[in-house]
Design a protein around this ligand. Structure first.
Ligand code: AKG
Ligand code: FE2
Length: 318
């Protein structure tokens, strides 16, 4: 299998027009083997991406003391400084900074979802309305792309096209602007400092925009690292452990990592597009044949993701 077919480029345009069959087939093949694909015609405008990149880089280039005013009180909001996140199983922190936003549910919306650590007010840097506008515009645009993508994923699993819609009323969407500073000193001799240490994602689906620096690597079927090279005009899509579980292990939640060897800064935007806090994830939803036992008990998306976050935090030595 060539690297190109291992992480194929899939055109989302037919699915945007409501035709999910071809995209569903391509997604099926990609998620069974690598768990990764690129999508083009994702619908997020260049202006939207460029503006968030500009605003976020302006912020990341500020002195740490200024950025640190927006350190999260809650696990999933605001600014996270260099050397403060450690991947489960890793022996040292990731060499990255990130700024994260998530679902808010303002009282004016009239919606009363369950309150928990994954939902709540976002943190915004003072005096930077353009930062907030750019982040929120991207957050909305990437959610629209996620909804279209999930219809095709439903098709790929022989489910009704609105299967995921019913589990995504108040999605646990976390979007992170991620900055990997230049890291020459981080790659001396025997010691590797990862931008992100090898891991699988926790949730269902991840939509990633990366700049042209490179550094994202994915494990192939021989457990070798292959580069997910930047392809202009695309997003990288991968599935996480929760969709692997939901698919009764049909789909692969694949190991990946970031190694910024460029000597330059790298910028990416990761969106973890996950179901409602209370959505029940049960492999039996797939209509398993009688001969196929469900590999997992039902679990709610919120309990599962919170469990994974707190497990990873227990291992923190920071
Ligand atoms: O920045 C990237 O290219 C990937 C980041 C990633 O894998 C993650 O945050 O889970
Ligand atoms: Fe990841």
């Amino acid at each position: 299998m060539t690297q190109d077919s291992f992480i194929p480029v899939i055109d989302l345009a037919p699915a945007r027009e409501g035709d999910n069959a071809l995209v569903g087939k391509q997604i099926h093949d990609a998620f069974v083997s690598s768990g990764f694909c690129y999508i083009k015609n994702h619908g997020i405008s260049d202006e939207c991406i460029t503006e968030l990149k500009k605003q976020a880089l302006d912020f990341f280039h500020l002195p740490l003391s200024e950025k640190d005013r927006y350190r999260p009180k809650q696990a999933v909001r605001g600014f996270n400084a260099l050397n403060r996140t450690i991947m489960y199983g890793a022996d040292r922190p990731d060499y990255k900074e990130f700024y994260q936003i998530g679902p808010e549910f303002p009282p004016s919306s009239g919606q009363k979802p369950p309150q928990n650590e994954l939902q709540g007010p976002n943190v915004w840097p003072e005096g930077r309305p353009a930062f907030r506008d750019a982040f929120l515009a991207y957050y909305k645009a990437v959610a629209e792309c996620g909804q279209i993508l999930l219809k095709a994923v439903a098709n790929s699993l022989n489910l009704e096209s609105n299967f995921f819609e019913k589990k995504y009323h108040y999605p646990l969407q976390r979007t992170q602007a991620i900055w990997y500073p230049p890291a020459e000193a981080a790659h001396e001799a025997e010691s590797i400092t990862y931008g992100v240490a090898p891991h699988t994602d926790y949730g269902c689906i991840t939509l990633l925009w990366q700049d042209d620096t490179g550094g994202l690597e994915v494990q192939n079927l021989q457990n070798e690292w292959v580069s997910a090279v930047p392809i202009p005009g695309t997003l990288v899509i991968n599935i996480g452990d929760l969709l692997c579980r939901w698919s009764n292990d049909r789909y692969r939640s694949n190991m990946h990592r970031v190694l910024n060897k460029s000597g330059k800064e790298r910028f990416s935007i990761a969106t973890f597009y996950d179901p409602d806090f209370g959505a029940v994830i049960d492999p039996r939803d797939l209509g398993l044949p009688e001969t196929e036992a469900s590999h997992y008990e039902p679990v709610t998306a919120g309990a599962y993701i919170m469990g994974r976050i707190s497990e990873s935090q227990k291992k923190k030595t920071l």
